[in-house]
Design a protein around this ligand. Sequence first.
Ligand SMILES: [Ca+2]
Length: 279
Amino acid sequence: MRRCNSPISTPAAQVNAGPVVDGARLYSRVRISTPYTTGDDLNSAEDEAIVLQRLRAGGYSHIMVDRRSWMGAITGWDQMTVLSEGFLRRHTVLVAGGDHCYLYRLLSPAEEASGTAWAQGHNLLDNGDFESQADGHPAGWELTGRPSYDRSGGKSSSGQSAIRLKPQDTLAATVSVRPGMSYLVGAAAWSEERYNYANVRVEWRDSEGQVLTAGGELIPTSPRGYQRFSLLVVAPQRAATAVISIRVAGRPAWVDDISFQSILPDMAATEPAAGISLR
Ligand SMILES: [Ca+2]
């Protein structure tokens, strides 16, 4: 698990673990609860304030999730307030993560009042919400296959526009990156029918356009509506650009609000300070 922008300040008094399928093992002196064991009062779509009060009353310090097991309905991941991106963004800081597993630290009331963003940079994707169109297509995006571009407002997560992808369709855009920098990738998606997943892929290329390596994750999709997820990626050495692409598996799904932000402020991510080596 990679460290992100915030240190783990003190050993967690308690950690709340999300659904973990058999196969994952975690050994710790820290007391751990899951929504299926001693933390079962968190296994609900309860009002956000109530869930937060339960976390604080229970002495929880961190929330840990493993999204690999969320590609179906069994875990009930889309009906737990504590696991929703909106709740996590409002009440936690993203400490570390990668490869579907993430650790969040609960903010104190004082920290919440001052505001804490998971990523400091602006969205490097110009039209991540698909609201700008050019010749009937979302500006700045490369579409392969036959994705549907809906501007009615009835299918979107934000604004009026969203894109429907079928399994053979791909949505892609390219941004400039800096080697060694951490980036937060965000996407919102929902399945028209059945639980499924979307593949958020990040392909790193050098200054000649040659592919260096690729990463990214699968994000679960729910027929209950849009769910947003964020994932962490790190630009490898010699990376100059990243191609962010999205595909869906099995069944059509709608996507909206794609983002790609530097964890650090843009100045730190793009303008090396004089006299400081990038190595
Ligand atoms: Ca939109």
